[in-house]
Design a protein around this ligand. Structure first.
Ligand code: INI
Length: 156
């Protein structure tokens, strides 16, 4: 095993800039994801000056904001936060699929890590569980992913 070359990221975020995309829809949930992400970044050495928070109306708008952020070339990673909660119409499916597809596309097109911190849940209880209660904080998890991917990409 010791002869296998392994590339893996670390979690020291000090030398990188992060775009934190935050959707306003379901803000009572997304605010907790944002706090979790900021807390995680700062506890891993990222200064407030290295975090730019960009607000969008809803999860559907996250990909375009991610694309604009990537085009500036100012950021080493993008962290997209939102909460899509299923209703009684197919709207949920359209928002989720465009959001995830668009964010993935930006990541590959611009060669930049885009962490997917968007909850896609059936009800408010599931959202609360993932926004800082019994299932952790998915905003913090997305921030961890961004830290690791920035570090990993620098090793190629
Ligand atoms: N946007 C969300 O971020 N979460 C939702 O749960 C949601 N629902 O259920 O409607 C939602 N809709 C708005 C959408 O993201 C766009 O902002 C809107 O359609 C305008 O383009």
């Amino acid at each position: 095993m010791s002869e296998i070359k392994t590339l893996e990221g670390e979690f020291n975020g000090a030398s990188a800039n992060y775009a934190l995309l935050v959707s306003r829809f379901n803000s009572f949930i997304v605010d907790s994801l944002e706090s979790g992400a900021v807390d995680c970044l700062q506890r891993h050495g990222v200064s407030a000056a290295s975090i730019t928070c960009i607000k969008v109306p809803g999860a559907f708008e996250l990909p375009l904001a991610a694309q604009k952020a990537a085009q500036t070339e100012e950021f080493d990673a993008i962290i997209a936060l939102g909460a899509v909660i299923r209703g009684s119409t197919p709207h949920f499916d359209y928002v989720c699929s465009e959001c995830s597809r668009g964010l993935g596309e930006v990541s590959l097109k611009y060669d930049i890590p885009v962490a997917f911190g968007v909850l896609t849940v059936d009800n408010i209880e599931q959202a609360i569980e993932r926004a800082g209660t019994k299932a952790g904080n998915k905003g913090a998890d997305a921030a961890m992913t961004a830290l690791e991917m920035v570090s990993l990409l620098r090793k190629f």
